[in-house]
Design a binder for this molecule. Structure first.
Ligand code: HEM
Length: 232
């Protein structure tokens, strides 16, 4: 054996970088569990549990919106919602020369996150005003709208879920594309919060604990207030 090992892999100069804080990960994996649970409780007629899960989803959404303004640098909407030029440039780079490493959501992923969050928000919103076909089971806010609007909200609530399913399928397909074609595992960082990356000029920054507490109180308070029918 010679002293030179020409097949040796070059040393990996990348180091683990903290990318996603735990609130982002907790909210994300809660959605992953909540969406099928909401579907199943609806299908099996367990409407009380369906409503309860809906309020939990509402609380998490309020937290995530708060976190989009007050959370760490990778959670903020201002950091990942980019204009059409940046999206087009990034989309071109997907099939050409790799560009700069992206910290957090890439310009396409940012829009996908926004669309998914928007669809979950509309689902929860419609559910609050919806009633079942006999008008017996109804959301906490149906009393503020007419019978016809509550009926329409139910139809849109069902339609919206199919739309959400379609986008979730696209979301998972995009993650598989990154894994299999781009050899970039996005799932690991969404679980552990960390990703191995080359040294970054400005690593992500994270928010203090008291902000998590404020967001949690806001989310839980909003869900509770809405579940009571928004009394004034
Ligand atoms: C019910 C199904 C799902 C929903 C509603 C959902 C929703 C979302 C949302 C809203 C985000 C943005 C995160 C944020 O900024 O807060 C996101 C990101 C992400 N999701 Fe999901 N997701 C779902 C299923 C999955 C599954 C099954 C996986 C893994 C196979 C996954 C992996 C990821 C990853 C890796 C990211 C970060 C992407 C990036 O690096 O930009 N998601 N998802």
């Amino acid at each position: 054996m010679s002293g030179f090992d020409t097949d040796a892999e070059p040393a990996d100069s990348r180091a683990p970088v903290r990318l996603w804080d735990w609130p982002i990960r907790l909210v994300h994996w809660s959605f992953v569990l909540l969406m099928p649970a909401l579907w199943w409780t609806f299908r099996s007629g367990r409407m009380e549990t369906h409503e309860l899960l809906g309020y939990i989803t509402l609380g998490l959404l309020v937290f995530r919106i708060f976190w989009g303004f007050a959370g760490g640098s990778t959670a903020r909407f201002s950091a990942f919602v980019k204009g059409p030029r940046a999206v087009a440039r990034y989309a071109r780079s997907l099939f050409g020369e790799p560009g700069e490493p992206v910290v957090g959501h890439n310009p396409l992923g940012g829009w996908s996150a926004l669309v998914l969050l928007g669809l979950i928000i509309s689902e929860v919103g419609l559910g609050l005003f919806a009633q079942d076909t006999d008008g017996i089971v109804s959301g906490p806010l149906t009393r503020y709208v007419s019978y016809e609007i509550a009926d329409r909200a139910r139809d849109l609530h069902e339609l919206g879920f199919n739309l959400l399913l379609g986008f979730i399928a696209l979301h998972v397909a995009a993650i598989l594309f990154y894994l299999l074609v781009k050899r970039d595992n996005l799932v690991g960082p969404m679980i552990t919060g960390q990703k191995r990356m080359a040294a970054l000029p400005s690593p992500p920054t994270f928010a203090a604990w008291r902000r998590i507490a404020i967001g949690a109180v806001l989310g839980a308070g909003a869900a509770w207030w809405v579940s009571l029918g928004c009394p004034l």
